[in-house]
Ligand binder design. Structure first.
Ligand code: H2B
Length: 102
């Protein structure tokens, strides 16, 4: 069973995420960020890399795409909140998008 982050883990990790453009989602324990790319080709390239990693680690995004914009939400359904699995995917998203976003 996946464990929710402890308060100590949240205090340690959430400030850097918020600083990097992630936001807490209203009404549930989740975080989201909107990534803006040059065009659809770049946005879909990002999504493809996230999708392949998600498949490999069995942890999947909630996301919404319009042309060059991808809004991505992470939360762990199995524990109904944020877990280490979300932090790992958030870090991967930041890393993949870094060359394309300010
Ligand atoms: C059975 C399977 O391992 C689970 O349903 C996985 C799949 N992908 C998942 N993705 C996310 N975001 N949260 C989960 O709890 C989750 N659980």
């Amino acid at each position: 069973m996946v464990q929710k982050l402890t308060q100590e883990e949240r205090d340690r990790h959430l400030p850097a995420l918020l600083q990097a453009g992630w936001q807490l989602v209203d009404g549930r324990d989740a975080v989201k960020r909107t990534f803006v790319f040059k065009d659809f080709n770049e946005a879909f390239g990002f999504m493809a890399r996230i999708a392949l990693r998600a498949d490999k680690v069995d942890h999947h995004p909630e996301w919404f795409n319009v042309y060059n914009r991808v809004e991505i939400t992470w939360s762990t359904h199995d524990c109904q909140g944020l877990s280490q699995r979300d932090l790992d995917m958030i870090q991967f998203c930041n890393q993949v998008a870094a060359p394309y976003t300010p």
